[in-house]
Design a binder for this molecule. Sequence first.
Ligand SMILES: NC(=O)c1ccc[n+]([C@@H]2O[C@H](COP(=O)([O-])OP(=O)(O)OC[C@H]3O[C@@H](n4cnc5c(N)ncnc54)[C@H](OP(=O)(O)O)[C@@H]3O)[C@@H](O)[C@H]2O)c1
Length: 515
Amino acid sequence: MLTSARDPAPAVRDDPRLMRTPPPAVIVIFGATGDLTQRKLMPGLYSLAAQQLLPPETAVIGVARSDLPDEEFRARMRAGVEAHGAIPVDDGVWEGFARRLRYLSAPFDQPEGFARLREMIAEKDARHGTRGNRLFYLATAPEFFPVIAENLGRAGLADEGDGTERFARLVVEKPFGEDLASARELNARLNVVFRERQVYRIDHYLGKETVQNLLVLRFGNAIFEPIWNRRYIDHVEITVSEDLGVGTRGGYYDQSGALRDIVQNHMLQVLSIVAMEPPARFESRDVRDEKVKVLRAIPCFDAASAARDAVRGQYGPGWIGGERVPGYRQEPGVDPASNTDTFVAMRLMVENWRWSGTPFYLRTGKRLPRRATEVSIHFKAAPHLPFATTAVESVAPNLLTLRIQPDEGASLRFLAKVPGPQIDLRPVSMDFAYGNAFLRTSPEAYERLLLDALLGDSTLFARWDEVERAWEIMDGLIHHWSATPGPFPNYDAGSWGPEAADALMARDGKVWRRL
Ligand SMILES: NC(=O)c1ccc[n+]([C@@H]2O[C@H](COP(=O)([O-])OP(=O)(O)OC[C@H]3O[C@@H](n4cnc5c(N)ncnc54)[C@H](OP(=O)(O)O)[C@@H]3O)[C@@H](O)[C@H]2O)c1
């Protein structure tokens, strides 16, 4: 068992005065009666307020279509925080927070509502001293992203001058486009109103502690970087598996699928952090420059590589946790003849000096046996083992596994001698678990990202050139798959995906890690 240093002095490090506090601002959430606001954004904001990480002047305005008095909106938001927040609601903290919570009923496509929004913001600036700082959060269906930005522009709300005295920032939810052409069009429309420096594209994987810990593991320790390359690493495996099906999101998911929903954004982001060169500084531009270089080194899919290096799947009925579950095509909101992928496996190469010849295997799917997000670094076998052949039957190469969720942590597998008179070898693991090593729980990804957006720190947000390159890589595959019917359904719910995914690995003499 790895012994870990407990927090040296939590009392001092938890002192809010020593932590980062953003300037006062008006936060406007579009889609304030929706699921994301209820489950993630309000709990995240409340948690920041409770830790005194939001200045007391901060005001929040929720915008949506429903006609709601402020009091009812506040009651709904409190219910969301109580149901989904990481900490219990304290009446005193909530009252202070709720006092500056307002609601505006305004259809997104009508400019009149934005004139009212401008008046409300001006009133907040005057009453609460929010100094013209605005954070607009687009927690809406993506079809509204451009029209909201345009209406903000028309109302004069997007202007931040040179950005030194006040800010106007736009946080954009996923999905950012549905292929390369639509992403470019969306970006062009946003850029008419907001400059790139004002746009914060959310990829909530980057807000996860364990993804950030990947950077610390790689660049804060001297022992990993010298072996973090093609000479010592045989291959890298990234898995995002879900045991759930599409649930009530069938209508949305059927237009998207696993490739667009998970691989193009979250998995390529994680891959780029695993594979990037060390940045000179941990600053937004340096980190994102290195990440985009990785993406540029990955060849784009064409028809030949789509057929050779990618596998798609769709689940049929099956069993999960002793329960019979329907197939994807039987889920509510899903086309009974749907051609949407609920599983993707692929092999990517990063063609640069560090990684040439080391494959990266990505796998994601719904209705797999368990929920887990992991990165596994498979090291090459020792070049020579000086032990008798009987001793080496169970030799397994070193494996570093980074668990992103659940049971956040890392483990390193290495060989050890079984106690006894002979030299018998067995793989054993050293484990680090966040839950045991630190006395505090990890903040929710959205909490961290909201704070960063208020602070103007865009390191953990996706820059346009990253997003565009990720679409470029996948665009050929997306179009190839939508033009050709998949052999669906081709895996049972509760299994690890279609046989072709195993064959993809077997071709290289490898197998997927059993999770
Ligand atoms: N939910 C999640 O866990 C999650 C996770 C990751 C990303 N996202 C992304 O976050 C965004 C929001 O998702 P969601 O699940 O919160 O959606 P949702 O529950 O459907 O909420 C949509 C919101 O938009 C409002 N709205 C819809 N049409 C409107 C119009 N014409 N004018 C004004 N308001 C309108 C709705 O208001 P009314 O209710 O008043 O009609 C509601 O507040 C999406 O881009 C999604 O992909 C969501």
